[in-house]
Design a protein around this ligand. Structure first.
Ligand code: IPM
Ligand code: MG
Length: 352
C-alpha cells in the first residue's frame, strides 16, 4: 500500500527522533511491501526563524493533504519570550485545530524491566496499562473569549472553558470504542461538582454509557483521578477527559512508564490525516547530542500504522520489537544506559 506522510521534525531533539522513526518505517515498508513517501516541513520555533510564523498556511495544507503527519517536538528557550507575537506552541495548537484531530490517545504502560525508573513502588505498577483519551480541540485551550483587557482600572486575563455537546460526544464514543478492544472500562474524568462544562461532560458520558452496556463506566473527579493515578494506577483502563485536565494528567501518568521518552501519542479526527507525536518535549538540554530516546517517536509511528493506515500487524511488530529490546536491557541515557539514539533504533530494527 502507498501512503504520504508529512514530517514535522520541529525543534530540539525532534529532528533526531523523527529521523529514527523514519528508519523504522522504511524497514517496515521494505519488509511488508509498502511505500511511504515522506515530505519534510518546518513547524514550531524553526518555522518562526525561517518564515516568521510557527505554522505557515503551506505547511498546514501539506499536512491536510497527507495520509498522516509525524511530528517531533516544538519549543525551546529561544522562543520562550511571553510577549512574543508568535510561539512554537501556537503552531502546534493551530495544527491540531486545522487537522480537526479532536482525540489525543496517550497509552501508558509500565514495562516490568523499567519499574525501577519510576518513583512508584513496583507493586503499584504491576499491570498498569492505561489509554488516556484527551479531548484536543476544545475546552480551555480554545474557548472564547480569551485575552487581556483593562476593566475597572485593573488588568484582567480571561480564558474560557467551553464545550458543545457534539465535541464531548465524539471523543466519548471513541473512548468507548477503544475500551471494547481492551478491559472494557471507561473512567470519565471531570469536575462536575464545580464546573458547568463538566456537568455537560458527565451527562454525555452517562448517556454514552447507557448506549454501551458492555462497558463499565465510572465518573471520577479530576482531583481524585490525579490521586488514584498514583495510588492505584492499575485500576484504570481507558480514561477520557477534557483538554486541560488531559494535559495535566498525562504528564502525571507518564512517570508510571519510567521515562517520558518511551511514550507515544496519536491525535485523531473524524477522517483525514492523523497527527502522531512522542509525548516528550523538545528537551533542549540534550538536543544535538544524539542521545535522546527514540522509542516515543518509534511507538508513535506504530500508532500511525495502526490508526491511520490500518496496518495492525506491522504496528504490532514494532511494539513487540520495542518490548523485546527493553527486556533485553538496551537502554538510552534517560533510562540509565549508554546507547545513542541511532544505536537504540538499530536494536529495534534488528528485532522487527
Ligand atoms: C502537550 C503539550 C502541549 C499542550 C503544549 C506544548 C502546547 O504540553 O502536548 O501535552 O499543552 O497540549
Ligand atoms: Mg502537556
Amino acid at each position: 500500500m502507498n501512503f504520504k506522510i508529512t514530517l514535522l521534525p520541529g525543534d530540539g531533539i525532534g529532528p533526531e527522533v523523527v529521523a529514527e522513526a523514519v528508519r523504522v518505517l522504511d524497514a517496515i515498508a521494505s519488509k511488508h511491501g509498502h511505500s511511504f513517501k515522506f515530505t519534510e516541513r518546518l513547524m514550531g520555533g524553526c518555522s518562526i526563524d525561517k518564515f516568521g510564523s510557527s505554522l505557515t498556511d503551506e505547511t498546514l495544507a501539506d499536512c491536510k493533504s497527507a495520509d498522516a503527519v509525524l511530528l517531533g517536538a516544538v519549543g525551546g528557550p529561544k522562543w520562550d519570550d511571553p510577549s512574543a507575537k508568535d510561539r512554537p506552541e501556537r503552531g502546534l495548537l493551530a495544527l491540531r485545530k486545522g487537522l480537526g484531530v479532536f482525540a489525543n490517545l496517550r497509552p501508558v504502560k509500565a514495562h516490568s524491566a523499567l519499574m525501577e525508573w519510576s518513583p512508584l513502588k513496583p507493586e503499584k505498577l504491576k499491570g498498569v496499562d492505561i489509554m488516556v483519551v484527551r479531548e484536543l480541540t476544545g475546552g480551555l485551550y480554545f474557548g472564547w473569549p480569551k485575552g487581556r483587557d483593562v476593566k475597572d482600572g485593573r488588568e484582567r486575563a480571561v480564558d474560557t472553558l467551553e464545550y458543545y455537546d457534539y465535541e464531548v460526544k465524539r471523543v466519548m464514543e471513541l473512548a468507548f470504542k477503544l475500551a471494547k478492544g481492551r478491559k472494557k472500562k471507561v473512567a470519565s474524568v471531570d469536575k462536575a461538582n464545580v464546573l458547568e462544562s463538566s456537568r455537560l461532560w458527565r451527562q454525555i458520558a452517562a448517556q454514552t454509557g447507557k448506549e454501551n452496556p458492555g462497558i463499565e463506566l465510572e465518573h471520577v473527579l479530576v482531583d481524585t483521578a490525579s490521586m488514584k493515578l498514583i495510588t492505584s494506577p492499575a485500576s484504570f483502563d481507558v480514561v477520557v477527559t477534557e483538554n486541560m485536565f488531559g494535559d495535566i494528567l498525562t504528564d502525571e501518568a507518564s512517570v508510571l512508564a519510567g521515562s517520558m521518552g518511551m511514550l507515544p501519542s496519536a491525535s485523531l479526527g473524524e477522517s483525514g490525516a492523523g497527527l502522531f507525536e512522542p509525548v516528550h518535549g523538545s528537551a533542549p538540554d540534550i538536543a544535538g547530542r544524539g542521545i535522546a530516546n527514540p522509542i516515543g517517536a518509534i511507538l508513535s509511528s506504530a500508532m500511525m500504522l495502526r490508526h491511520s493506515f490500518k496496518l495492525e500487524a506491522e504496528a504490532a511488530s514494532i511494539e513487540k520489537a520495542v518490548d523485546d529490546v527493553i527486556t533485553s536491557g538496551a537502554r538510552t541515557a534517560d533510562i540509565g544506559g549508554k546507547l545513542t539514539t541511532r544505536q537504540m533504533t538499530d536494536e529495534i530494527i534488528k528485532r522487527m
